[in-house]
Design a protein around this ligand. Structure first.
Ligand SMILES: [Zn+2]
Ligand SMILES: [Zn+2]
Length: 346
């Protein structure tokens, strides 16, 4: 099969012919028909992820059809249209047993712990536990865009943030994760305030339902501005970027007993940011992480999509070919595009 392979970190990947994967007894092989290009793939390629062994194939936001099925798989057959969460569970640890496959002790992450989906085919472990059926009405580019940013935002807003109608929700950073969060929070009935340094992204956030936007470069103090607009602070606030500044602001702009949800990754130099812990104590703030979403929670999200309440296809930006993905990946830090870039030609 064709695959995008890198043999050294930060060196240009190459489009190569490599051996086709074969399914494990409990796994499947998926023919990839859509796969998103994500900042996590860029971090992996830069060498920021200790799980990656070289040579490596990136890609974790995938959708496609089941091409081969292992002998022990009971729920899936060749031809099924599927996607997978970016964290797959082992099915045997305490977290998996409690339904929290997103924090499995021995988790499977295509494109990180194993070869990923910048390829014609990808092998997936524990298919009965980790695959998600796609409705016929959903195209593969849209389905691929659910796999990481949209699903993570859904969990952050719905399950971790427990957002309810009428609450103020602040979203710091309006890339793919942040814009997804804006759409999901407003669908639930929250008042969303979106914060970014790009007017283009703020305009997109407003089009997706944010009731207020803040350009962090145009206000003296982001925290003060949020406290003023929300008359006391956000009930729930997300750092959707993953940066010490947005993390700090997201905690600092909460109202008393508010919740911060860290969604953006904090890697390398940013792994241990300073946070206003005195305020966390005095105001009884809550701090959560959000790390993907379990396959069994996708049903709730997909129902909101098929009913028309959520429209993730609005967040798909460009569709590109597998060959073009090399430039898209390696230039990710330089040309951040609005919307999610998805590989749809293999
Ligand atoms: Zn597990
Ligand atoms: Zn991703």
């Amino acid at each position: 099969m064709k695959a995008v392979v890198y043999e050294a970190f930060s060196k240009p990947p190459r489009l190569m012919n490599v051996a086709d994967p074969s399914p494990e007894r409990h796994g499947v092989v998926i023919q990839v028909l859509g796969t998103g290009v994500c900042r996590s793939d860029w971090h992996g390629w830069k060498g920021h992820d200790p799980d990656i062994e070289l040579p490596h194939v990136p890609g974790h936001e995938l959708a496609g059809i089941v091409a081969e099925v292992g002998n022990d798989v009971t729920r899936w057959k060749v031809g099924d249209r599927v996607t997978v969460p970016f964290v797959g569970g082992c099915g045997a640890c305490a977290q998996c047993n409690s339904g929290n496959q997103q924090v499995c002790h021995t988790q499977f992450q295509p494109g990180f712990t194993h070869w990923g989906s910048f390829a014609e085919y990808v092998g997936i472990h524990q298919a009965d536990l980790n695959l998600v059926a796609l409705p016929e009405s959903m195209d593969f580019a849209t389905a691929a865009s659910l796999g990481c940013r949209f699903a993570t935002s859904f969990r952050a807003i719905v399950d971790q943030g427990n957002v309810s109608a009428g609450q103020w929700v602040a979203v710091h950073g309006c890339g793919g994760v942040g814009l997804s969060a804006v759409m999901i929070a407003q669908a639930i009935g929250a008042n969303v305030i979106a914060i970014d340094i790009s007017q283009e992204k703020l305009d997109l956030a407003r089009a997706l339902g944010a009731v207020a936007t803040l350009n962090a470069q145009c206000v003296a103090d982001v925290t003060e501005a949020v406290l003023e607009i929300t008359q006391g602070g956000a009930h729930v606030s997300l750092d959707a970027l993953g940066h010490p500044t947005t993390c700090f602001n997201s905690i600092n702009n909460l109202r008393r007993r508010g919740k911060h949800v860290q969604v953006g990754l904090m890697l390398a130099d940013h792994a241990t940011p300073a946070i206003p812990m005195s305020k966390v104590i005095a105001h009884e703030l809550e701090i959560y992480g959000s790390h993907g979403m379990q396959a069994h929670r996708y049903g709730a999200m997909i129902e909101m999509i098929t009913s028309g309440k959520l429209a993730p296809e609005k967040l798909v930006g460009k569709t590109i070919s597998l060959a073009q993905s090399i430039d898209a990946l390696t230039n990710m830090d330089r040309f951040e595009t609005a919307g999610v870039t998805v590989i749809t030609e293999f």
